[in-house]
Write a protein that binds this ligand. Structure first.
Ligand SMILES: [Ca+2]
Length: 504
């Protein structure tokens, strides 16, 4: 991390206050004016930022080798930047994942683990510096469109433009009343939410093209309901899809998976028991139609950046709040510590004017969604608060450089139990602990060199003793056994640079 005081040197506001204070000293005035000119120039050269924050998108795109998924615009974006194969969400559920993305802090740092009011950033942590807050305080236009924070009111004072997420739209009579799980309306893109989000993003870009801006474009698909225009369903032949094995990993923790009540709340889904083969294929088809629909909206916004001649100075981040299960283990949705739910797609493409810009590269570095905030803040030359995440800028210029040896996630099971998890990119080790005492109740160790699908929990088996010990050491680095209870909610002030732990 770069020293906080050095960072503050480039803060124009600080320079200005110093300038006023010593106005009567002409020699100082001259020196400060020179310095101020450099400051203004530095800010002119820093990029705009556009983040595509996608809801429930797993690592299942053309550019990631999924030949059955049609995602030409995201694939094209990957050719313009660095694609990460081992990026991880800190908690596989919308609310806490997004709070951690927007703060660069782990859920266990903020104590925010739920999608209800108790898990919102404000007012639970009034003094934590958020991504939009930092950019707004430093003169950026900060723009939230669609689903960014899970709660539309959370942190809303820190957006200069806030176009809120909408309710779901249904085109087919009766579907809205049934809250149906999917729909193929024969409608234009902007009938459903993400088409409207793309339109709003493009209109806003035209308004702010002469300003510095951070724009977070929150696409709702492929989150349920899988409503997408029929033309995106027509890209696929349902017969091409196979039903994943419903087998759960041997020796799996009994609470590792959920009963996927999220899907069961929707129309057309059984309230208990498995989805049958036909429904499973329909839902997979619907999910990929939603991915292709979202992908088309990404393409529209990228085209607008080109048309407005903004791309040369706009850095792009494409990310998801967490992964997803599409019938694997006979399960759906997210809400677990499993690899399918924690691993996320991530593509970062620097502004085309960046002199060391790397394009079309792939990085296997272990990185985390909390790294995005410090990455874009450093790119913009802003003073960093004290964060758990760390900037990826050097990695973006050298995608094959040595990087971290672990990435961390967690998930609750009620108030009394917390699953804490680490991956080294090949093995995933999870401890289910008493949320108060940290006592270990169950351990899981899964092998993921060849697949994101876990086959057998081998924790405790003799032949993996050394591997498990190594992973446990990594886990304890982030989740020490002497940690305070997980649901303690310390009042943080990370602008004072002393109250939160750094990752390194
Ligand atoms: Ca989500």
């Amino acid at each position: 991390m770069i020293d906080k005081n050095n960072r503050l040197e480039v803060n124009g506001k600080n320079k200005f206050s110093v300038l006023i204070k010593f106005l009567h000293l002409s020699s100082l005035l001259t020196a400060l004016l020179v310095s101020l000119c450099f400051t203004v120039k530095a800010q002119q050269n820093t990029p705009n930022i556009v983040i595509f924050l996608v809801d429930d998108l797993r690592v299942d795109l053309g550019t990631y080798g999924s030949e059955h998924v049609i995602s030409p615009n995201i694939d094209d974006l990957a050719k313009q930047g660095v694609k990460f194969t081992h990026a991880y969400a800190q908690q596989a559920i919308c609310g806490p994942s997004r709070v951690s993305i927007m703060t660069g802090l782990r859920p266990e740092t903020t104590g925010l683990y739920s999608i209800d009011r108790a898990g919102r950033l404000r007012p639970n942590q009034p003094n934590v510096v958020s991504m939009p807050q930092l950019f707004k305080e430093n003169g950026y236009q900060t723009i939230s469109i669609g689903k960014v924070y899970h709660s539309v009111t959370d942190d809303q004072e820190n957006w200069t433009t806030h176009i809120k997420k909408l309710d779901n739209f249904y085109a087919i009579a009766g579907n809205k009343e049934k809250k149906f799980a999917y729909e193929a309306g024969d409608v234009a893109d902007d009938f459903y939410k993400d088409g409207k989000v793309a339109n709003d993003a493009i209109a806003t870009l035209k308004n702010v093209k002469n300003d510095k801006f951070l724009m977070v474009v929150g696409f709702s698909k492929p989150h349920l309901p899988f409503n997408a225009p029929k033309k995106y369903w027509d890209l696929y032949d349902r017969k091409q899809f196979t039903v994943p094995s419903r087998k759960k990993p041997d020796n799996m923790y009994r609470l590792a998976l959920t009963k996927w009540n999220e899907l069961r709340m929707y129309g057309g889904i059984p309230k208990e028991g498995d989805t049958d083969d036909e429904l499973t294929k329909t839902l997979i088809h619907a999910y990929y139609a939603s991915v292709s629909y979202m992908d088309a909206q990404v393409g529209k916004v990228m085209q607008a950046l080109d048309d407005l001649q903004l791309r040369d100075n706009t850095m792009i981040v494409f990310m998801s709040d967490h992964g997803y299960k599409l019938g694997e283990y006979g399960a759906w949705n997210k809400h677990t510590n499993m690899e399918l739910d924690t691993r996320v797609p991530l593509i970062i493409s620097r502004e085309t004017a960046h002199k060391n810009r790397v394009a079309g590269a792939t990085s296997a570095a272990l990185i985390e969604n909390i790294d995005i905030f410090p990455t874009i803040a450093e790119a913009a030359g802003l003073p960093l608060p004290n964060l758990d995440g760390k900037s990826l800028l050097t990695l973006l210029d050298q995608p094959n450089m040595a990087w971290d040896n672990a990435a961390y996630s967690l998930f609750t099971r009620g108030k009394k139990r917390m699953g804490v998890s680490v991956t080294d990119g090949i093995w995933r080790y999870t401890e289910w602990r008493n949320a108060d005492s940290q006592a270990i109740e169950f351990t899981e160790l899964y092998f993921h060199k060849d697949s994101l699908v876990a086959v057998e929990n081998v924790a405790g088996q003799k032949h993996v003793n050394l591997i498990q010990q190594r992973l446990k050491t990594l886990l304890d680095t982030n989740f020490p056994s002497h940690s305070p209870p997980f649901h303690n909610k310390p009042k943080l002030d990370n602008n004072s640079a002393s109250t939160t732990p750094n990752k390194n």
